[in-house]
Ligand binder design. Structure first.
Ligand SMILES: [Zn+2]
Length: 271
């Protein structure tokens, strides 16, 4: 299939996936290379779990929307109650590494451990075996890509080769890809650390960008995936961006769905 036009349940004009990367403290100690003794960075991560995520989940609950939460194994171990609440609210849990290490910056043994230990930790926290994987920092490697098939993941959400669902293939392996992009992620606009500093974006500017991506997805009957981090979008001025996005998407009558639901819906297109 080279040019698929998708149809969505209820004749919705587009599918909208809200995805939350619940990195937690291992977002700091993993791919950002920080240490637990950096109490300020660790406390910001903690804020994401204890203040940011509940705010986001309340907003989703008020709008009867289920999201996909990508949770590193170590974060699931540290916050089992959070995992339970996410599951009980009907959201999907996806695999997001174990210690939130970027696959591109670790060797193959460590990449294997990230997948295996992340699966174990999610299972111990009571999550169903995740159908989907998202590479920390969206730095998927050829080796981890091959592991996705070995471990039986139904889909990946780390690549940017299309703005529609597609089959990603590499070296004899392939997987259903639910693509992402940095423009649809809160981190490049609002993320800030003393080592990665840049001026924070104006939430209204991000609102316009995300609204235009939504408008285009509706016009082209596509899906669109938005990615948020609780320690970022959980702050009130950023939560307003999500609130306005949800309002606009509801007005457009889109199908809000988890990545698992979308993967199940589109996979027949590619067989
Ligand atoms: Zn992450």
């Amino acid at each position: 299939v080279t040019d698929p036009v998708f149809t969505w349940p209820g004749d919705a004009p587009a599918a909208v996936a809200l995805t939350i990367d619940v990195d937690g403290p291992c977002g700091v100690t993993g791919s950002l290379g920080g240490t637990e003794s950096d109490l300020s960075a660790m406390s910001e991560a903690e804020y994401g779990i204890t203040r940011g995520l509940p705010r986001i989940l309340d907003l989703l609950n008020d709008n009867s929307i289920h999201a996909t939460c990508y949770v590193p194994g170590e974060t699931a171990q540290r916050y089992p109650d959070m995992v339970r609440q996410v599951i009980e609210a009907g959201h999907e849990i996806g695999h997001h590494g174990h210690r939130h290490l970027s696959p591109a910056r670790i060797d193959e043994t460590a990449q294997y451990a990230e997948i295996e230990e992340g699966l174990q930790a999610l299972a111990e926290a009571g999550a169903a075996r995740p159908a989907g994987y998202r590479a920390p920092d969206w730095q998927l490697t050829a080796y981890t890509f091959a592991l996705l098939g070995e471990f039986g993941f139904a889909y990946d959400s780390s690549l940017m080769g299309d703005d529609r669902p597609y089959i990603a293939s590499h070296d004899g392996s392939s997987v259903l890809e639910l693509p992402v992009h940095w423009t649809l992620d809160d981190w490049p606009f609002f993320g800030w650390t003393p080592d990665y500093g840049w001026p924070g974006a104006d939430p209204e500017a991000v609102q316009r960008i995300w609204a235009e991506e939504l408008r285009s997805a509706v016009a082209e009957h596509r899906m669109v995936t938005y990615t948020m981090h609780p320690e970022i979008t959980g702050h009130p001025s950023r939560l307003a961006v999500l609130h306005n996005l949800v309002t606009a998407a509801r007005e457009a009558d889109v199908w809000f769905a988890t990545h698992g639901e979308i993967a199940g819906h589109v996979k027949g297109r590619f067989q």
